[in-house]
Design a binder for this molecule. Structure first.
Ligand code: SF4
Length: 76
């Protein structure tokens, strides 16, 4: 079974350079490609860093992030 983790629906992500979910992630697991001064790609979650804490789910204003269930990761 895969590890639990956060996944972004790129259709719902508004690609804001001020993404509150990215800023709130305690593991710094969320990134966005820089496409210009203020243009960003959709948020992407690094599954190696994600602890499935769920903070980003509550911070995303568009409901673009879900936690997929799976094997729980060990906490640091
Ligand atoms: S679930 Fe937690 S660790 Fe994973 S991307 Fe969201 S805020 Fe970061």
């Amino acid at each position: 079974m895969k590890n639990a983790g956060a996944y972004v629906n790129p259709q719902k992500c508004d690609r804001s350079p001020f993404c509150p979910a990215r800023k709130a992630c305690p593991a710094k697991a969320i990134s966005q490609a820089k496409l210009g001064l203020l243009a960003r790609g959709p948020a992407v979650v690094d599954q190696e860093k994600c602890t499935a804490c769920g903070t980003c789910v509550t911070m995303c204003p568009h409901g673009a992030i879900i936690i997929r269930k799976g094997k729980q990761k060990k906490r640091a």
